[in-house]
Each structure stands twice: as structure tokens, then as C-alpha cells.
Design a protein around this ligand. Structure first.
Ligand code: GDP
Length: 232
């Protein structure tokens, strides 16, 4: 295990839960998400940028709302558009926030019609990245709130557990449900993911369309990215 657990979970919390259990910032160092700039695409771990500093990865099935969430977070359409460029959708796409601070857009191939052998190869690269990437502090796993915990999500959770990687579940498109059913789904998902045996797991509702849950997402990311190698 190359990941040092003391780096990812044992720091003093910089957030506190709000009325609906989402975490909100408590004076943590501001991270300029809008400054995200494309670094490079990588098909395998060996092609990734140097394993230094800190990074947080985003994963979700196609159509889970990953591009919309990244756009909302970075306040720019450019970032997710880059990841959707033909040829890049099956790659890990790295974006720099600051020196030694990165966001990673992982491929989500829920619906991809490709041969089984090719899918197995992609799976291997993804699992390898999650297991061996020392600078990876956490995984944001996005699921459409109306279709949570599909096969892809279960795989990602299992790999994250194996890799002792903290996970933050983002239940996207929460504006599609009323508050009652949305909260019921959130509680159900929290109960389910608690069974997976992850070192650390949190979950929240989110809507890129209304901005619901954006401060909570920023707070979770800031916790993970706070121990950046290069102070501003
Ligand atoms: P990706 O394939 O995971 O990158 O998903 P996209 O971000 O491209 O979103 C897939 C579809 O869901 C698009 O039609 C989006 O407009 C829609 N969508 C994404 N986020 C939201 C949201 O917060 N609310 C609603 N109502 N629709 C959303």
C-alpha cells in the first residue's frame, strides 16, 4: 500500500454539517476551482503526471452528470468539454488547480458498446490507478439520484475500499426529486455504502442546475486538497 492513511483521514475537520447533513466550509483555505487548467490525458498509471502533491478524482457512469458537476465547480465549460473531446473519453484527464493540486476526470463507460476484453483492460487501468496513486486523496463518485448504486458504482466502491481510499458520493440531479424523496435516497445510499467497508465515506445531494450542494462539495474537496505540497 503506497497510500499513507495518515495523510487522508486524520486531519482536523475544516467543515461542519449544515441542517441537512451536508458539510459546509469552516474557514478552510480557499481553493480557486475556477483556475483549473488542462494538464494532460493518460491511458495508464505510467502516463499520469508525476505522483507528487495532491489530487481528487471524479468518477461516474456516462450520463451521471459528471461534466455538469465539474462545470459548476470550476465555473467553466472548458474543463469538462476537454474531457469529452473524441479520443479523451476513455482516458484519465488531469487538471491543475495550483502547483501540486489537481482534479482528475476518470472515464465513465457505463454504456460503452465495446468488446469485453477492452472493458476489462480499462477496468484494470482504473483499479491500478486507484490502488497505486499516492497523491490521490479521495474519490468523488457521482450517481444520478434516480438510479444510485449501479454495477459500475459497486465496482468503484469495492476498488476504493481495497485501496483504502476515502469516497464522497454525489447524488446528482437532485432537482429532479422533491426534498423528501431526495433525503430518503440519501439516507438509503449512506446506509448501503456504510456496508462496503470503506475507510471513510460521505454522501450528499447535488444539483448542477440549481447549485444545491455546491458549497458542501467544495468543502469536502478542500479537506482533501488542503495538504497541498506548495503553499500559495
Ligand atoms: P456525464 O456524461 O456524466 O458527463 O453527464 P452530463 O453532465 O453530460 O449530464 C448528462 C445529462 O444530465 C445532460 O442532459 C445534463 O443536462 C443532465 N444534467 C446534469 N446535471 C443535471 C442537474 O443537476 N439537473 C438536471 N435536471 N439535469 C442535469
Amino acid at each position: 500500500m503506497s497510500r499513507d492513511p495518515s495523510q487522508s483521514g486524520d486531519q482536523a475537520p475544516t467543515t461542519a454539517p449544515d441542517a441537512v447533513g451536508n458539510h459546509v466550509p469552516q474557514g478552510s483555505r480557499k481553493i480557486d476551482y475556477h483556475r483549473a487548467v488542462f494538464l494532460k490525458s493518460a491511458p495508464t498509471l505510467a502516463d499520469c503526471p508525476p505522483d507528487q502533491g495532491v489530487e481528487v478524482a471524479f468518477a461516474g457512469r456516462s450520463n451521471a452528470g459528471k461534466s455538469s458537476a465539474l462545470n459548476a465547480l470550476t465555473r467553466q465549460g472548458k474543463l469538462a468539454r476537454t474531457s469529452k473531446t473524441p479520443g479523451r473519453t476513455r482516458l484519465m484527464n488531469f487538471f491543475a488547480l495550483a502547483p501540486g493540486q489537481r482534479l482528475v476526470d476518470l472515464p465513465g463507460y457505463g454504456y460503452a458498446k465495446v468488446p469485453k476484453a477492452m472493458k476489462a483492460e480499462w477496468d484494470q487501468h482504473l483499479a491500478h490507478y486507484l490502488r497505486a496513486r499516492s497523491s490521490l486523496r479521495g474519490l468523488v463518485l457521482l450517481m444520478d439520484i434516480r438510479h444510485p448504486l449501479q454495477t459500475f458504482d459497486q465496482h468503484m466502491l469495492a476498488w476504493a475500499a481495497e485501496a483504502a481510499l476515502p469516497v464522497h458520493v454525489l447524488l446528482t440531479k437532485a432537482d429532479k426529486l422533491n426534498r423528501g424523496p431526495a433525503q430518503a435516497t440519501l439516507l438509503g445510499v449512506r446506509r448501503e455504502v456504510a456496508r462496503v467497508g470503506l475507510t471513510e465515506v460521505t454522501a450528499q445531494t447535488f444539483s448542477a442546475q440549481t447549485g444545491l450542494g455546491l458549497p458542501a462539495l467544495e468543502a469536502r474537496l478542500s479537506d482533501w486538497l488542503a495538504d497541498s505540497a506548495d503553499p500559495p
